[in-house]
Write a new protein. Structure first.
Length: 364
């Protein structure tokens, strides 16, 4: 009689979520204290958060807003953008920027990414900026890959620098958040630090800051006849969360960079690509890998089968939103069709990071 061989069931690996906010007991305590004290409007805690932001990043002015869209809207208006004006931006810029342009009824002018780059193609940007006579150019540090804005020809075009994905970056070459007269930092649930939703507008230009602040509703905002004010205020308990998050930004950045270095090594030992060009200074807010020889769905199924959460590099590139010809945006289209963002948040365990790095090496 043949003996039966009993096999131990294979233990199912625990799911690695794509993203988890870096929240602590201290964060939640601050929010709870606000709620207990009935801080349910915009008041002294918001003012304290704005001052903390100024102190941390050495700005004269910080103006909070309740979303990235509202921050873009206020910034564009502050720079004098009106209906019909052209605003130039990458096809990979945040959808919030496009929505703000729509609110003003300005004209978006899109630029493809550079080849093997997360940033706008320089030659195409220079040509389209000149042809469109763009009033404002929008640049962002996509995925935490730092962009050097002075490589682009700007002429009389004003700049908005979005450093949502590069907050706290320390670079000798690129003065992150200071490459423009006004800059923006998003604070939503997937940003490096979060207030749940929201953003901060920062500037060292007092006149411009006063104009931007005057566009919001609030005690210090004088109303002129026929001039709308925008209810874009952050709430105190959101600001309480932001203050606590801001205090541990350095720890978050250090941990995230350490995780990304493990992925960079894994990519170098594989057939995959990533376009981070300055790993010693980039912040790796998200970590995209590009799989050239397999379809998106096939790779997505692979990660699902080993219980690793991933996402597309972007929900939809702006050229698709505007229904423009995809053939005119080959580099943005390639990153969208072949790119996968893998988990890189600080709460990942050492075992999580090892599993993800191993999964990268096994893609052929």
């Amino acid at each position: 009689m043949n003996a039966e061989i009993l096999q131990r069931p294979i233990k199912k690996q625990k799911e690695i979520e794509f993203h988890k906010p870096t929240l602590s007991r201290e964060d939640l305590k601050g929010v709870l204290e606000c709620l207990v004290d009935e801080h349910l409007s915009s008041g002294e805690i918001v003012e304290r958060f704005e001052k903390s932001f100024c102190h941390t990043f050495k700005f004269k002015h910080a103006i909070s807003a309740n979303s990235l869209t509202s921050a873009y809207h206020l910034s564009l208006l502050g720079l004098g953008v009106k209906e019909g004006d052209s605003v130039i931006l990458s096809s990979y810029s945040p959808i919030a920027a496009l929505d703000a342009i729509f609110l003003i009824k300005a004209k978006p002018v899109l630029v493809d990414l550079g080849k093997h780059s997360f940033h706008p193609d320089i030659a195409e940007f220079n040509r389209k900026r000149s042809e469109s006579n763009a009033k404002v150019a929008i640049f962002d540090h996509t995925f935490g890959s730092l962009i050097q804005i002075n490589k682009y020809e700007l002429g009389e075009t004003s700049v908005i620098e979005d450093y949502s994905e590069a907050i706290g970056a320390n670079s000798e070459l690129i003065p992150v958040s200071r490459q423009s007269v006004i800059s923006i930092c998003g604070l939503n649930s997937e940003n490096m630090i979060t207030t749940g939703n929201g953003a901060m507008i920062t500037s060292n230009d007092t006149n411009l800051s006063n104009v931007v602040r005057s566009l919001k509703t609030g005690k210090s905002s004088k109303r002129l006849f026929g001039e709308p004010k925008f209810d874009y205020s952050l709430i105190d308990y959101q600001a309480a969360l932001g203050i606590e998050q801001l205090s541990k930004l350095g720890v978050i950045l250090e941990r995230q960079k350490k995780i990304a270095m493990a992925y960079m090594q894994a990519v170098q030992n594989s057939r995959l690509e990533t376009y981070f060009s300055n790993p010693t200074e980039d912040t790796f807010h998200r970590f995209p890998i590009v799989v050239s020889n397999q379809g998106f769905e096939e790779v997505e199924r692979y990660f699902k089968s080993i219980h690793i959460g991933t996402k597309r590099t972007i929900p939809e590139p702006l050229h698709t939103v505007l229904e423009e010809n995809k053939l005119e945006y080959p580099n943005a289209e390639r990153l969208y069709q072949r790119g996968h963002c893998i988990p890189v948040y600080p709460n990942l365990t050492k075992d999580n990071v090892q599993r993800i790095a191993t999964a990268i090496r096994r893609i052929y």
